[in-house]
Design a protein around this ligand. Sequence first.
Ligand code: FBP
Ligand code: MG
Ligand code: MG
Length: 334
Amino acid sequence: MAQRISLTRWLVEKQRVQGHLSAELRLLVEIVARACKGISHAVNKGALGGVLGSAESENVQGEVQKKLDIIANEVLIEANEWGGHLAAMASEEMDGIYLVPNRYPQGEYLLLFDPLDGSSNIDVNVSIGTIFSVLKKPEGQAGVTEQDFLQPGTRQVAAGYCIYGPQTTLVLTTGHGVAVFTLDREQGSFVLTDENVRIPADTKEFAINMSNMRHWDEPVRRYIDECLAGKDGPRGKDFNMRWIASMVADVHRILTRGGVFMYPWDKREPNKPGKLRLMYEANPMAWVVEQAGGAATNGRERILDIQPQSLHERVSVVLGSKNEVERVTAYHAK
Ligand SMILES: O=P(O)(O)OC[C@H]1O[C@](O)(COP(=O)(O)O)[C@@H](O)[C@@H]1O
Ligand SMILES: [Mg+2]
Ligand SMILES: [Mg+2]
């Protein structure tokens, strides 16, 4: 049997041999992975651990929080705050930024996360996940402000997600392709199971919440209409549809076998650019997808180029197989 490579060993090689990341960033990624392992254990307890159900509180976005949203947020903060590599954190579940307390060593990185993505799937035992993005604190200043987080996705230094499904799988990029690690529960460590992942440029599978169809904009409607017309339509082929309602799970499927994922702007809340959050959902996923040869836009421009205006900013998302994303984006330009 081929030798198994642990996440730790893989990261050390990327740091020492290939110079792909600093020692600090390596340790930060290891701590995020450790936190994900902790979240995975909590998720697995389910009803037996009393972790299901609503916490009966609301986050800054006005969404009712699930118990696991709060547990995952706390696990990530507690694991990361004393590590010495971070200056501050930001999360879907916290209004403002979280400064690393003065009693702990201060680092140079900023960590953003969606602690639990796909919250509506927690109680029904469907795959959910954690999404994370790492930025560098601007140089030459003492403190950290929210403004320091507002960097475009092109400035990410590490990003990825961990999916809690039939397997717990960590997907990571530091800008040199995409690597996949599966949690070996017996050993308690993440093991490399795929490297240099590639998303096929073409696909016959799309993911969108079809119940919003009547609210869509014309270009999205046109694209989906053409897919639905199948062999007899302008695309000349039949399409399949999947919608898991956990972005992590939909993106993971696309990474595994291709496809296009869309959560577009729609007329339900016309003043919001979309449902998904730019800084801790769209940016890390867009970078992972691009690093695997796919593409990611908001229908008009590359997601990674968007200059964020606020921490919890929302964005339209079209990502996945390159040729399909380019087609949807071209329809918006017409
Ligand atoms: O319920 P809808 O409208 O289909 O939305 C599903 C989308 O919402 C999300 O669950 C939002 O994430 P959170 O659970 O972190 O708020 C995405 O993962 C998913 O793609
Ligand atoms: Mg989410
Ligand atoms: Mg969430």
